[in-house]
Design a protein around this ligand. Sequence first.
Ligand SMILES: CC(=O)SCCNC(=O)CCNC(=O)[C@H](O)C(C)(C)COP(=O)(O)OP(=O)(O)OC[C@H]1O[C@@H](n2cnc3c(N)ncnc32)[C@H](O)[C@@H]1OP(=O)(O)O
Length: 234
Amino acid sequence: MTDQTQPAEHSDQSVKRATRKPFHSGAKRWVQFGFLILCMPRIACYRIAYVLLGSRAMTSASESIAMIPGLRGVYMRQAFYRKTLDACGRDVYLGWNTVFSMREARVGENAYIGRFCLIGFADIGCQVMIADGVQILSGGHEHDSADSTVSMHDQDQRYEKMHIGNGAWIGAGAIIMADVGNNAIVGAGAVVTRPVPNGAVAAGVPARVLHYRKGWSAPGQQDFASSTTSSETE
Ligand SMILES: CC(=O)SCCNC(=O)CCNC(=O)[C@H](O)C(C)(C)COP(=O)(O)OP(=O)(O)OC[C@H]1O[C@@H](n2cnc3c(N)ncnc32)[C@H](O)[C@@H]1OP(=O)(O)O
């Protein structure tokens, strides 16, 4: 019988993940090229649909390509969005069932976007990590509400671009309705209604800054990291 008072083997609370095996970049480029060829019919169909349907074409093409599972899906989405979004880095990871609603979105190099994310009018920086189930809305006032005599359905729509700074991490299930700064962290389940400054850790509903990461401080105060990161992004 096992001794219940003793921790079982492999019961560590914290597990360090093995380093990912590097995929030889030359081979990777060939694989990416192969998937680009495979994706050409979809890209062509999307372009025709765009002429006929306008902006709705992106949502429907995105829903369709979102459902391809596994690594095949990741490479198909990479190929598709590199040719259809305003900008999309070469080595982005775009998870299963993640949908883009606007072709004007931009995704930076090496960004990671998990599964079940909804991305609107967003400018996602380089090396950003977005966990599963995150929604980046096109601002918090997509439907105008000024004229209370008009139904919400018939109000004007207003899209605001959301900027997610380089190196930021957005936790699972967060809803983003304001900018997130460089190297900032947004906690799981947060609802971001006001800009999160560079290097801040924000969480909660509505999201509040919990503290600043080492080397970062509130805007206006001196910090060594902001000068280097802002020059990198320009
Ligand atoms: C690609 C991928 O990312 S996959 C992995 C997905 N993982 C996630 O989504 C996890 C995201 N991580 C979190 O939400 C974490 O809680 C972090 C990063 C915000 C924690 O940041 P830390 O600076 O370590 O905060 P810490 O754990 O010390 O908590 C500070 C306070 O904030 C609260 N807090 C922490 N996280 C959250 C949260 N998500 N929502 C609300 N409150 C929170 C804590 O309860 C604590 O409150 P207290 O001081 O009243 O006790």
